[in-house]
Design a protein around this ligand. Structure first.
Ligand code: CMP
Length: 144
């Protein structure tokens, strides 16, 4: 089950200097970083990314939050990238996240939950195409 997942450090995480720590955890776990970009997502991209949430009462706040600063977007590849990626982030609401997860270690508020991870292989591929429209190259193996 070699797969890819889309992970993003949200503006609060970037502002607080957590990009290196979060990348470090994914690298230490054994995932390969396939793509990495600091980006200011447009409203159109966010509406597409969060399309299933557009009717939620918190949606306008979510758009504002996600545009409050740069987002560090990256793609990980490895065994069980989607499921393990989600487990490493912790529950969406940091109040429910298990100790040792990124959200439990660095957040308290569901409205500022530091990071995002794809919830299925299908959404991972959709989100990767959305955030990296130029395409993502497969991980290059070292030549001997
Ligand atoms: P994420 O994993 O990016 O998926 C959807 C996002 O919506 C979630 O993390 C939160 O940032 C946000 N979200 C979900 N529920 C709420 C809520 N009740 N209030 C504010 N933001 C929320």
């Amino acid at each position: 089950n070699e797969e890819r997942s889309f992970i993003a450090v949200k503006p609060d995480g970037v502002e607080r200097g957590l990009v290196g720590e979060i990348l470090r955890r994914f690298e230490a776990r054994g995932f390969k970083i396939l793509a990495l970009e600091l980006t200011h997502p447009s409203e159109a991209l966010l509406r597409d990314h969060y399309g299933d949430l557009s009717s939620k009462p918190f949606f306008p706040k979510l758009l504002k939050y996600m545009q409050s600063g740069p987002v560090a977007a990256f793609v990980i590849q490895g065994k069980g990238a989607v499921k393990i990626g989600r487990a490493m982030l912790g529950a969406t609401n940091p109040q429910d996240s298990a100790p040792g997860t990124i959200r439990a270690d660095f957040a308290l508020d569901i409205g500022k939950n530091v990071c995002h991870g794809s919830d299925s292989v299908e959404s991972a591929e959709r989100e990767i195409a959305l955030w990296f429209p130029q395409g993502v190259k497969p991980y290059a193996r070292a030549v001997d």
